[in-house]
Design a protein around this ligand. Structure first.
Ligand SMILES: [Zn+2]
Length: 339
């Protein structure tokens, strides 16, 4: 090996050694359900919802594919945000395919809905064999390489602001509230989570709706600013109030929509007009909006008229607050330097 070669090898190993591990987030395509896999810089993992049941185990298979791509051999925490079909997926099937160490949910089923009792009974069987915790607002999971704080759970929320937050939210005075629909009660039971790694912060409130955004975010903002907002309730217009979506100051919105579910033009406009918003990334092209209410193709994982391709969006965050977002369909990556 010549001197030049040795130098190159040394430089490569030095730069590898110096590269900081990232916190990685995979927004997995579950065709309009929710499924987000978060892997800490120390390799610990949180699977936040499982998409839909049925379809021949489609969504469980997609989760296993993403988990393997992330180098995981187990899920440390499975968080079931609430008991709606598009989030709860098939827990018994997933647990039979991939080891799950711990399940977190919002507590026993208290709402009514079609088929939910039967679904919950099958899920409750799994709780007899896997360690289980009920999420309480303000709690932090003991994870290495990232923090996960419970913001909302079972219709309650943090009773004091997070460190440095709690300032008045001026959007409360300029935003009309919308009443909560009684048949959406389970959505507002959602476990909402703040993920952080050093200076990087990402908020995800699962299916929290407009009226609950106001309860949480008015008159004062108890969360403060974040870098990334995982758009609530698939971007449907019964969620995504400006009092939340525009108060967070997020640079990037990630939307777990389906071709015909969520991605509402009204939600798009709220996000577009949010101060500091640089880009909106979507799991699917939204047929509910026209071209002007969808991002450029590089920011869409699954394009118009294409289904079952299961491309994901991957985000990698560093502790200085910088992050990159990558579209698994074409490898398009955008870097967001530290603020
Ligand atoms: Zn949902």
């Amino acid at each position: 090996m010549g001197i030049g070669r040795i130098f190159l090898a040394l430089a490569a190993s030095l730069s590898l050694g110096a590269a900081e591990k990232t916190m990685d987030v995979y927004d997995i395509d579950v065709e309009g359900g929710k499924c987000v896999l978060v892997v800490s810089a120390a390799g610990e993992s949180v699977l936040y919802d499982l998409g839909w049941p049925g379809y021949n185990g489609r969504d469980a298979d997609r989760i296993v594919t993403a988990a393997k791509a992330a180098g995981l051999t187990k899920i440390d925490y499975l968080v079931v945000s609430h008991y709606d079909l598009d989030h709860m997926g098939d827990v018994p099937l997933l647990v039979s395919k991939f080891p799950v160490k711990h399940i977190v949910d919002h507590g026993p089923l208290t709402t009514k809905g079609k088929g939910v009792d039967e679904r919950y009974a099958k899920y409750a069987e799994v709780l007899k064999t896997v360690k289980h915790t009920t999420a309480l607002p303000g709690h932090k999971a003991p994870l290495k390489g990232m923090a996960m704080t419970v913001i909302t759970s079972a219709g309650a929320w943090i009773d004091k602001p997070l460190a440095g937050a709690g300032q008045p939210n001026p959007l409360c005075a300029t935003t009309q509230n919308k009443p909560n629909r009684a048949d959406d009660a389970e959505d507002n039971m959602s476990i909402g989570l703040l993920f952080s790694y050093g200076k990087f912060r990402m908020l995800d409130l699962a299916d929290f709706e407009w009226d609950y955004d106001h309860k949480l975010m008015c008159p004062n903002n108890p969360i403060g600013k974040v870098d990334v907002y995982q758009v609530s309730i698939h971007g449907q217009d019964k969620g995504v109030s400006p009092v939340l979506a525009q108060a967070l100051g997020a640079r990037v919105a990630l939307m777990g929509n389906g071709p015909k579910k969520g991605g509402a033009p009204a939600s798009w406009e709220t996000l577009k007009a949010a101060p500091g918003m640089e880009d909106i990334w979507q799991i699917h092209y939204s047929l509910n909006g026209d071209k002007a209410h969808n991002p450029p193709e590089n920011f869409i994982a699954n394009l118009e008229g294409v289904s079952d391709q299961a491309h994901w969006i991957k985000l990698s965050a560093k502790s200085d607050g910088s992050f990159t977002v990558t579209n698994s369909r074409n490898g398009f990556t955008k870097a967001y330097p530290k603020p």
